[in-house]
Design a protein around this ligand. Structure first.
Ligand SMILES: *Cc1c(COP(=O)(O)O)cnc(C)c1O
Length: 351
């Protein structure tokens, strides 16, 4: 028996359609589409009506272009592979005025977007004055502008209002150059769900919400995002541990009473994040606590009703990524990116 990772392509496409029907969406597919698999995810999102895609690395950008000749492929990180960018019609994000000045001649004829650094302080221009100099360069094909908010998922501070104001000031300084621009975007999933599309913007950049996970919980109904991943394993053995005895490496578990343990064929080697062991699994719709997590096995405390061969559920509609995030287990991307797909039997629910 082998643990299963089931990807619900149908829900993925429906999730994309539900967002794209409200707002033009650039789908963020970095890190192999949050580890959903780049090609399958591209297909599902395209099926859902999305025609713009962005990633942080050139290898993935080239793969995206090979799937379709017409969609926007936006590279979020800088690259100096200008010939490849041109050859694959990839839109490059310009990360600074220095980058522009250094590579001015190579950038001619490439489509580019300008990034404003804002409070995230990661990549981007630091002033609208410098951005204006680039916009006034006729030889450059600037098809968009963007920034990324550092506090959109943060309800503890008022800094999100501040970063929105910074960006709006930049847009207003550059107003004369924005009318023909195809892509003006700043908002991730959380910012869009909190505020709707900001004035003067053409698109959002959606991540988590497209993959079926709520970016926050306050006031957000579960129904706006449906879990698109199911992870299950099997009870492969049942062991009865007498009181006072141990189980697992280095006595990871000590029985303070006679205890029945199910040995399940999944562990951190499959990519379960370590904090997952602090939360229960479902067997026959009943909740049971994990006692030990090993590389390839879990020991789960069970009762008489569980048998060898029963299915053990780690993630499904009841055990959602966003529920675990809400209870402190880690973000959606941390839970999802960790899965080692090679170790699973992969299944798909098609659309
Ligand atoms: C990851 C990422 C997003 C998507 O954010 P979500 O919170 O997953 O919606 C948007 N923009 C950039 C630049 C990103 O790196």
């Amino acid at each position: 028996m082998t643990a299963r990772l089931i990807r619900n392509q149908k829900r993925l496409a429906e999730q994309a359609r539900s967002i794209q029907s409200q707002v033009q969406t650039i789908a963020i597919v970095k890190n192999d589409a949050y580890n959903f698999g780049l090609k399958d995810t591209f297909d599902a999102f395209y099926h859902g009506g999305i025609r713009a895609f962005a990633t942080t690395n050139l290898k993935e950008a080239k793969r995206l272009r090979s799937y379709d000749p017409n969609v926007l492929v936006l590279l979020l990180d800088p690259s100096t592979a200008f010939d490849e960018l041109r050859q694959h019609d990839i839109t490059l994000s310009i990360p600074s005025f220095e980058f522009y000045s250094t590579y001015r001649d190579e950038l001619e004829g490439l489509s580019v977007q300008l990034v404003y650094r804002n409070d995230l302080n990661r990549l981007g221009f630091t002033s609208s004055k410098d951005m204006l100099k680039v916009l006034e360069d006729d030889q450059l094909d600037v098809n968009g502008m963007w920034t990324h908010f550092a506090y959109a998922d943060d309800f503890e501070t008022d800094r999100h209002a501040n970063e929105i104001a910074n960006w709006q000031a930049v847009l207003s300084d550059l107003d004369d150059h924005l009318s023909g621009m195809t892509y003006i975007h700043a908002q991730n999933s959380a910012s869009f769900l909190r505020e709707g599309l900001h004035e003067g913007h053409t698109h959002i950049r959606g991540g988590v919400i497209l993959y079926g996970t709520r970016p926050y919980y306050q006031g957000l109904d579960e129904a706006i995002a449906r879990q698109t991943i199911e992870v299950t394993a099997n009870v492969i053995e049942i062991t009865d541990v007498p009181a006072g005895q141990n189980a697992g490496y280095s006595a990871a578990f000590t029985a303070d009473k006679p205890t029945r343990l199910a040995v399940c064929d999944i562990g951190y080697g499959n990519g379960l994040i370590l904090s997952r062991k602090d939360f229960p699994v479902l067997i026959n719709d009943q909740s049971y606590p994990i006692k030990v997590m090993m590389m390839s096995h879990l020991l789960v405390e069970i009762d008489e009703s569980v048998s060898v061969g029963d299915e053990v559920v780690l993630y499904n509609d009841q055990l959602r990524f966003d529920w675990f995030t809400e209870h402190g287990a880690g973000s959606f991307s941390q839970q999802m990116a960790a899965f080692n797909k090679e170790t699973f039997v992969e299944e798909f629910i098609p659309y």
